[in-house]
Ligand binder design. Sequence first.
Ligand SMILES: Nc1ncnc2c1ncn2[C@@H]1O[C@H](COP(=O)(O)OP(=O)(O)O)[C@@H](O)[C@H]1O
Ligand SMILES: [Mg+2]
Length: 151
Amino acid sequence: MTFHTETPEQTRRLGLRLGRLLRGGDVVCLYGNLGSGKTTFTQGAAKGAGFRGRVVSPTFGLARQYRARRLTLYHLDLYRVGEDTGDIGLEEFLRDPRAACLIEWPEAAKAYLPPERLDARLSHRRSGGRTLTFKARGGRASRLLRGLSGR
Ligand SMILES: Nc1ncnc2c1ncn2[C@@H]1O[C@H](COP(=O)(O)OP(=O)(O)O)[C@@H](O)[C@H]1O
Ligand SMILES: [Mg+2]
């Protein structure tokens, strides 16, 4: 399933819609080059999950935690981890049944990603906007995607 966004606000808006649907145990992988909109999308998702604070890239350390009443969201950025360098303690984040995980640069933890997850690939469009292509892995992710498409 593919979405096009023309502005950062639209990317945030799409993230917000997904964030509203997220539940504990959900994992969303965000693939895409630097500047493709992964953090922008995550800002919307955190808002949709009910978080009211500021969302920025997890520059210091790998992860940030956004606590909302309904849900905790872990925002991981594995850019500095590099290509599949092995165990980075992902299990600790995935183990929390009350939390959902959004992972930028998930390539770095390929072997540790759960089989059930929602994959999103973000890319630049020639128009200046972004393309976001989602692929559901497993039943829960399919339901998320149906929710996102409004069906
Ligand atoms: N649809 C869009 N059109 C134009 N710019 C966008 C769009 N979506 C996001 N951006 C902008 O792209 C820039 C990089 O986004 P960011 O989310 O930090 O990327 P990443 O986390 O993938 O490196 C930001 O300035 C953001 O506002
Ligand atoms: Mg980012």
